[in-house]
Design a protein around this ligand. Sequence first.
Ligand SMILES: [Zn+2]
Length: 281
Amino acid sequence: MNIAPNDLVLEIGSGHNPKVRADVLCDKYLLNDTERGGSIVTDRPFVVGDAEALPFRDGAFDYVICTHVLEHAQDVKRFIGELERVARAGYIETPSEVGEWLYGWDYHRWLVNRVAGRLVLRRKTARGPFGRLFHELGATDVDFMALHRRYHHVFLVQHEWRGAVDYEIRDSDDAPFDLEDAAIAAGLLRGGSRPGVVSRAKSALWSRTPDAWRARAKALLTRRAASGRRRADVRDVAACPRCKGPLRWEADAAHCATDGLSFEIRDGIPILLLPDEGGAA
Ligand SMILES: [Zn+2]
């Protein structure tokens, strides 16, 4: 990711595993863990918000990280418009179509591919055919996981953008490339930023490290990444999720005068969701 040392970085859908470099975290679900792999992490400035109605000021961030969220979107156009509104650059990661069919997460709504530098999205209208099969294999077989890491670019879409996100929504059942074509299939296997030997060895070691050690190492790296940079204050960047205007802050609530909305602050975490998403009053 192309992040400068002093960039202010937002991560959306940070969930149980936020990136070390994120300054501000935003997730829609504080307590509901069903669409992620573990309990939420709130070790730095954190806001509860919806990616399709982001509670941040225009241009509040230099960079927005958004991994494994876009494929959940109800309205892709609104979602991407919000990313572009709050940051001038960012990184989007999703499962690729191959990854989506292989692993098959029922709650994903979109099939995503990256074709000639552009994200191509199609609505996912069927369940993946393999159920839990490859999740089980990943959890139990280190050789399978090594293969997954070696070909991670086949299973993932990784898209860095600046200014605007190049994307299109296609209304078609057909994938944007034909894997019956041997040359195209070989190109897909070769392509992407296939990790080098050192990076593969590092991630293999990391994947064998016990969870508690991993959490400690990550906390240490996060503190190191944050040292020397000013800790972000949520009040400087947050805004009303409806009108994007400033909020008036109290100890246990934030208010938008324009919309007449009051948002709860629970244990120091502002719940900046609109009333139809279960927030505000
Ligand atoms: Zn408002």
